[in-house]
Design a protein around this ligand. Structure first.
Ligand SMILES: [Zn+2]
Length: 370
């Protein structure tokens, strides 16, 4: 199945197999599928990413496990696109749907996936679903996420080591079909019509940012009114290579200290996520009017939240009505912000009661058990 492919960087065009033609022969940039005269039409009955089939490769078979249309939540001043709600908990599922469709229709049953966190697990899950069994190439076992290894074992998947030359079809994360899957995030962003000016994404290689940029550009070419800036966030000098010559994506690089602060803030809001995803949230909040894409592992830390609430109830059970600040001050083991947030939540759920009392000329709010 040949497709017209075009280099992101230099515009070089080639007609080739998107599974094997992944890099521009002229500048080593990433190749992407190019459409000559497509339209943008939402197919509300299309399953998963195929909702946007009018701007996806026409592959003849449409495999989907219900990926995409992930929720967009309002968190404080920003919006969060939560990719954890994909079938394997990762944004990569969007691409796996397309790659698996191509493998299935071409009846390719011997192939190797180069290991890449999230991507390999996702593609293995999809291909397994349609009865295809890949083998997986791993450079070093200690570089692989433990959950991923256990996942491969549970599926009876064979693993190849030592970077041995492979005589099968090799599928890498960086390929034109991955781009096609990931760009659907841009379409969903457009469809949701949330009032933001930019989309902030984590950047390891830069492929996600490029894909979303491609999605927005295609909409513009189809005269769809979209105007979003794409912002890629990464840790200084660690990655984002694909964006080196791309002026249309703004790259924000920060040091380890800020990544730690980002993780701390995410945790205090009750979220557990990977460093780069936490960083997207952090940067989105700092620049405002943003949608942050959280690629995976975005969970609510319920146990900590309930621990804070338990402590508040314990303090109030002593019988003395207190202000939120006084409650925190009694046992300041959590942050003031976490205590305020828990009190507000408990107040809304009527788990604690309050009254307004006068203190001198001021009116203050004191809490007590109901
Ligand atoms: Zn090129």
């Amino acid at each position: 199945m040949y497709m017209k492919l075009k280099c992101f960087i230099c515009g070089y065009e080639v007609y080739g197999d998107p599974l094997t033609n992944t890099q521009c022969p002229r500048c080593r940039g990433i190749l992407a599928v190019h459409y000559t005269n497509p339209v943008f039409k939402i197919d509300s009955r299309g399953k998963g990413v195929w909702r946007y089939s009018s701007l996806l490769p026409d592959v003849g078979e449409r495999i989907s496990l219900g990926e995409g249309l992930t929720p967009i939540n309002n968190v404080g001043e920003i919006y969060v696109k939560n990719e954890r709600f994909n079938p394997t908990g990762s944004y990569a599922d969007r691409s796996s749907a397309i790659i698996t469709s191509v493998l299935k229709v071409r009846n390719i049953d011997t192939f190797t996936i180069l290991y890449e966190e999230d991507f390999t697990k996702s593609l293995t899950h999809y291909t397994h679903f349609v009865g295809l069994k890949p083998s997986i190439s791993i450079p070093r076992i200690d570089l692989v996420d433990l959950d991923d290894i256990l996942f491969f074992i549970s599926r009876g998947i064979d693993i190849v080591f030592d970077n041995k030359p492979l005589n099968t079809l090799v599928i890498k994360y960086l390929n034109p079909l991955t781009v096609e899957g990931l760009k659907t995030i841009a379409f969903e962003n457009y469809e949701s019509r949330i009032p933001v000016e930019r989309v902030v994404v984590p950047c390891e290689t830069g492929l996600l940012a490029l894909s979303i940029l491609k999605g927005f550009k295609e909409l513009k070419e189809r005269n769809v009114d979209v105007d979003y800036e794409v912002v890629a966030v990464s840790i200084k000098n660690r990655g984002c290579q694909l964006l080196n010559n791309v002026r249309e994506v703004k790259v924000v690089e920060v040091g380890d200290r800020e990544v730690f602060e980002a993780l701390r803030e995410a945790y205090e809001k009750g979220f557990k996520t990977k460093p780069l995803s936490a960083l997207s949230l952090y940067i989105a909040e700092n620049i405002g009017k943003s949608l942050a894409v959280v690629t995976m592992g975005f969970k609510t830390v319920t146990s900590r939240e309930s621990a804070v609430k338990k402590l508040i109830l314990e303090i109030l059970s002593q019988g003395k009505p207190m202000t939120a600040y006084e409650i925190w001050k009694t046992k300041p083991i959590y942050t003031l912000r976490a205590v305020y947030k828990a009190i507000k939540d408990m107040e809304n759920k009527k788990e604690i009661c309050f009254e307004i009392v006068s203190k001198g000329r001021r009116k203050i709010k004191v809490y007590r058990l109901c």
